[in-house]
Write a new protein. Structure first.
Ligand code: ADP
Ligand code: MG
Length: 352
């Protein structure tokens, strides 16, 4: 069985933890929104770090606990939660709940698990707010691009039109009362690759908190969720990678607690055909992988949101993407746009 989505991604993170604590500086206004906690009592807490591969990437959990046993019990439960979510949401395993849903009769409401319903509901909200730039019905087109990446042949206009036919977030209908999902046209395929890692990071953080481990950070490549800060510190320090993947000189350091950050962009996941670079993020309006060299970092309260909104803002580009982030009171974003030899940095209002 193949691993889950983003299988070709190297296990390096675009967002990196660079150490603990520090002063509340960059993006101060936003970070205060997410709660300026007074530092917990430092004394007997020790730092632990654990890594496990999930969802085609490496998850890292960093936390503070009184002892190794408490840390291990919590972390095992958190990783088990991530594995369980992957089993529901991956499109690489034909037996996942998501893939089984795709084989149900068209037009029939299907009752789904709490987690699948929850993430689909959150996905549809971002789809609506972004006017369909974020769209989990993009599955058939993403699969087409995975083939293109393997074969090196661009799809014909007819082939592209065919796979685009069942795409459109309004073709996915949810009924909250019955907790059912209806795929309203044939050949629909859902793809949660643009939101699942953030969702898993949030859920893992919640599991750690329930185990009495609130001072924790969960990182899944470009998606990071942080809880209470390290003992004696006011924040976690997170380095946001550069557009070209060079992490020696990170673009910026963020100071965060009880918050999340996601970076979407073409630094890691791209391929070239005929000298043109294509991202694994697809523009639902054209069916093409993004060709712009744009890296978007979104900061917010929940990694589920930052993950999905970072993907959406990548599709929308600087102007409309920034407007989308500004429409949400708890989001801020930084856009790094490379055009030829020029690299420009744009910030949404709350990131200034
Ligand atoms: P990463 O996986 O590198 O963190 P993203 O969070 O932006 O990047 O997710 C990219 C993945 O999202 C793609 O691999 C694909 O599975 C899915 N996807 C691609 N385009 C879209 C889109 N327009 N809306 C929603 N999901 C998308
Ligand atoms: Mg995303």
């Amino acid at each position: 069985m193949r691993p889950s989505w983003a299988a070709m991604k190297p296990v390096t993170g675009r967002n990196r933890i660079v150490g603990d604590g520090g002063i509340l500086a960059l993006l101060g206004a936003l970070i205060c929104l997410s709660g300026c906690h007074s530092p917990p009592v430092a004394d007997s807490l020790h730092r632990f770090e654990f890594k496990q591969p999930h969802m085609g990437t490496l998850f890292t959990i960093t936390l503070y606990a009184r002892g190794e046993l408490a840390a291990r019990v919590g972390v095992e439960a958190a990783f088990a939660k991530i594995a369980a979510l992957n089993q529901i949401m991956t499109d690489y395993d034909p037996e996942s709940e998501l893939m089984q849903l795709g084989r149900k009769p068209v037009g029939e409401p299907i009752r789904v698990s709490n987690e699948l319903f929850d993430i689909l509901q959150k996905s549809q909200r971002v789809a609506e707010l972004s006017d369909g730039a974020f769209d989990v019905t993009i599955g058939p087109v993403v699969r087409q691009w995975r083939r293109t990446r393997r074969t090196g042949n661009l799809p014909s206009p007819e082939a592209l039109a065919r796979v685009r036919e069942p795409v459109g977030w309004r073709k996915l209908q949810l009924d909250a009362r019955q907790q059912t999902v209806t795929l309203t046209v044939p050949d629909m395929q859902l793809d949660l690759g643009g939101i699942a890692k953030g969702y898993a990071a949030d859920q893992a953080l919640a599991v750690l908190k329930a185990h009495g481990l609130p001072c924790a950070l969960v990182a899944a490549s470009g998606d990071i969720a942080v809880g209470d800060p390290p003992p004696g510190k006011r924040n976690w320090r997170v380095a946001v990678g550069k557009l070209d993947g060079n992490e020696d000189k990170p673009a910026r350091i963020l100071f965060l607690n009880n918050a999340a950050v996601s970076t979407s962009g073409d630094a890691e996941q791209f391929f070239e055909i005929g000298g043109q670079r294509y991202s694994h993020i697809v523009d639902p309006r054209t069916g093409f992988g993004l060709a712009e060299r744009l890296q978007v970092t979104v900061i917010g309260r929940r990694a589920t949101d930052t993950d999905a909104f970072a993907t959406a803002a990548s599709v929308l580009g600087v102007e409309r993407g920034a407007a989308l982030l500004e429409s949400q009171s708890d989001l801020a974003g930084v856009f790094i746009w490379k055009r030829g030899k020029e690299t420009d940095v744009f910030r949404s209002k709350r990131a200034r």
